[in-house]
Design a protein around this ligand. Sequence first.
Ligand SMILES: Cc1cc2nc3c(=O)[nH]c(=O)nc-3n(C[C@H](O)[C@H](O)[C@H](O)COP(=O)(O)OP(=O)(O)OC[C@H]3O[C@@H](n4cnc5c(N)ncnc54)[C@H](O)[C@@H]3O)c2cc1C
Length: 374
Amino acid sequence: MTNQGNNDINEYDYDAVIIGGGCAGLSLARLADQLPFGKVAVIEAKAKKQDHAWGVFPNAFTDDAIVMARKTWAHWQIITDQGAITQSSDIRPYACLESKAWLTHCRQQARALGVELIQGQVTDTTTNSITTDHGMITAGQIFDSRPNPIPKGMMIQHFIGHEVQASTPVFDPDRAILMDFRCDQSRGIHFIYVLPFSATQALVESTIFSPQIEDNEFYETAISTYLSDHFGITDKIILRREQGAIPMGIMAEDHSTGLPIGGRGGAIRPSSGYAFGFIQKQISHLINRLKSGQKPKHMTPHQNIDLWMDRIFLKVIRNNPKLAPRLFHAMAKALSGDDMARFMTGDADHLLRLKVIMAMPKWPFLIALMKSGG
Ligand SMILES: Cc1cc2nc3c(=O)[nH]c(=O)nc-3n(C[C@H](O)[C@H](O)[C@H](O)COP(=O)(O)OP(=O)(O)OC[C@H]3O[C@@H](n4cnc5c(N)ncnc54)[C@H](O)[C@@H]3O)c2cc1C
């Protein structure tokens, strides 16, 4: 399978190979014409992947995706026992992008540019070779987007979502609910997320921040209870299910198997689990670097100060899970919708960061700060 060692124009089977045809891998492959590589391939293990929704606060790198969004909401809410805060943003409305739509689009674009999409399970890599269950191939450059295992004990954002059809119009299609904490808080920081596509159809997710994944029954009961308690829904049709577990922490970077991109390359925002916009930013930075003739290098889409704030925030909510609804309420109250969207996308300036800090209760943060050594 390999022609490594011959002296033809191509020393390797491919100039670049991207391992993993998920969000990062395909978002990079669709821009192959901007890369300084002639022959590019993507290796993906799964023939069929779970469809899910990406909730996205738009940034400067998501325009191509946002035009494909299933729906956007200029208004969204954070709800706790202290009340509901509604935020609005016409500049950065919250968007729902279906993974199937984006990944299909990326695949089509990549294929049109001559990128080979190979199905195979990567089992090993060296600097210029990749072993799969179908054989070995060689590559001048390897990009690796396989998710790293989540370290034991790390905070995880874990969830199950049901896209439901109600028999009567109960949802407000103009207002998404990003967090509703009026649910069972016994297993960790737990909230319900509602993306209403119409008055009768919505994606409803039970999400927990904790180190421990629960049985499916817990999330499913939470969704049913919530829909019954707050929307009076007792009979519903489940149109689609999705499930996930996203690390909430800063993982050690692993460059041993190729240049890490996507979640593996640290693109997931630790405090929120938001990934899509950061992945697009990371890829754009990487492409700009390569276009300017520089060598491939890992690019972080986050600013150090944001990672530092996330670390402290995660420490506080981990030590005081019961405090979390109050913190999100206070943050939502202090920020405008535009501010919130800028903060979530990593586009905050120091003034906005200060606004967030000032909205937080001081003692838990000072304690976390002292314990973390500053
Ligand atoms: C159900 C769900 C809902 C989510 N909702 C949101 C959201 O609302 N907003 C948001 O920003 N983020 C969301 N996320 C998180 C986000 O989707 C992920 O963090 C993002 O997909 C990471 O992209 P990635 O390319 O790094 O990894 P992935 O998209 O996981 O891609 C990695 C790819 O590598 C492949 N692979 C793994 N091992 C091998 C191997 N050995 N050989 C070959 N291929 C391999 C996998 O099959 C996969 O396709 C959600 C995740 C899930 C699962």
